[in-house]
Design a protein around this ligand. Structure first.
Ligand SMILES: NC(=O)c1ccc[n+]([C@@H]2O[C@H](COP(=O)([O-])OP(=O)(O)OC[C@H]3O[C@@H](n4cnc5c(N)ncnc54)[C@H](O)[C@@H]3O)[C@@H](O)[C@H]2O)c1
Length: 347
């Protein structure tokens, strides 16, 4: 409608002419056409009605979507099947990566386990196979772009096109910024965020070709709220959310092809007992308990199967954060001080 009103007005109100400028180039000259007062008023009224209609349509769409989301809060969407999907999980050799791999394996997914640690990775594959699942093992340092590209080629040949990519591998130096070494800072960014980009460049094209796929990225509550002793880590986990949102927009706004078949899910756990968080501090364990990797993986698999865009684990923190963001920054800080939980520095 906007296009229609724009072109109509342009056609009626202006004529264009090409003029040669001093340098020999051309420029567009817009000359206002002669208008009677009545025609001018009619155009203004028409334009006003067109904009009002556009705003009305926008309002109805936004309200309907909001109501639909509210409905889904009480009646969640049906979980999709992952049977036969080729699911690549980085960091599958331990913690949440392993537990997520086991669950998707049980649901009929063909699991591609990628980890830098061959022993842990092999264990994950063995467990999946013992449960009569299908799994493949690949050792790779996800920070090595050439190795990722070679790996992608191998996986394509040996297993097929990856349809779900779970960017899970992560590291977490935990100390005040001024005590964090250059190597620790660089590695945090290399593993926690830059590797996501390499993996996406390697595996997204086949998903785009088929308009079918799912990208899952491990962020953290530390990617929503800044926490002491985790300055570089928080920066990487905030970046993960930015990357996912921007990529989603890039595909959604593509004018040439429909990519709505590619889904995005960001996972933001709080503290999960995998060994990554060595000195957790929780003032109210009943309110914010440390989760097991099994509990976390149940939430991850559920969110992916229901195509949720972003979840926190536990889910209560999502709403708490939304409410807090509505207040001036100083207000939630009181709540943060009251809850007084986080991570003590690693020694
Ligand atoms: N544990 C938590 O409390 C917690 C909370 C929020 C977010 N997270 C995030 O969840 C993800 C998984 O965490 P976890 O606690 O299960 O971790 P974990 O330490 O238990 O497992 C991480 C796995 O990643 C692998 N890995 C590390 N560097 C790698 C590399 N360069 N290439 C390939 N593999 C590599 C490790 O070998 C390991 O198997 C991470 O991204 C982490 O930042 C964890």
């Amino acid at each position: 409608m906007r296009c229609f009103s724009f072109y109509f007005i342009r056609y009626k109100m202006a004529t264009t002419a090409m003029d040669t400028n001093k340098n020999g180039g051309t420029q567009t000259v817009i000359e206002n056409a002669p208008w009677t007062d009545q025609q001018g008023i009619a155009m203004k009224v028409y334009n006003g009605i067109a904009i009002a209609l556009e705003i009305l349509v926008l309002y109805v769409k936004m309200t309907a979507t909001w109501l639909h989301c509210l409905y889904q809060f009480f009646v969640p969407p049906e979980p999709k099947s992952v049977n036969g999907e080729i699911i690549l999980i980085t960091g599958a050799g331990h913690g949440m990566g392993r537990e997520t791999a086991l669950r998707f394996g049980k649901l009929g997914g063909i699991i591609v386990c990628v980890d830098i640690n061959p022993t842990g990775n092999q264990e994950t594959v063995d467990i999946i196979k013992n449960n009569k699942g299908k799994a493949h093992r690949y050792e790779c340092d996800v920070t090595d772009r050439e190795a990722i590209n070679a790996l992608a080629e191998r996986i394509r040949r040996e297993v097929g096109d990856v349809t779900m990519l779970i960017n899970n591998a992560g590291i977490m130096p935990c100390k005040p910024l001024l005590q964090t070494s250059e190597k620790e800072i660089r590695s945090s960014f290399e593993v926690n965020i830059i590797a996501h980009l390499w993996l996406l460049q390697a595996f997204l094209p086949s998903m785009m070709e088929k308009n079918h796929g799912h990208i899952v990225a491990m962020s953290s509550m530390a990617g929503i709220v800044g926490l002491r002793n985790l300055v570089p880590y928080c920066a990487t986990k905030f970046a993960v959310r930015g990357l996912m949102e921007a990529l989603h927009e890039e595909l959604r706004e593509d004018k040439n092809k429909d990519y709505s078949g590619i889904k995005f899910t960001v996972i933001c756990p709080y503290i999960v007992d995998t060994g990554l968080c060595k000195n957790p501090k929780i003032k109210f364990p009943s309110l914010m308990k440390i989760l097991t990797p099994q509990e976390a993986a149940d939430n991850i698999v559920d969110a992916v199967r229901r195509n949720y865009n972003e979840i926190t684990i536990p889910s209560s923190l999502y709403y708490l954060n939304m409410i807090c963001r509505a207040f001036p920054r100083a207000v939630p800080l009181y709540l943060k001080d009251f809850l007084d939980s986080g991570l003590e520095a690693h020694v």
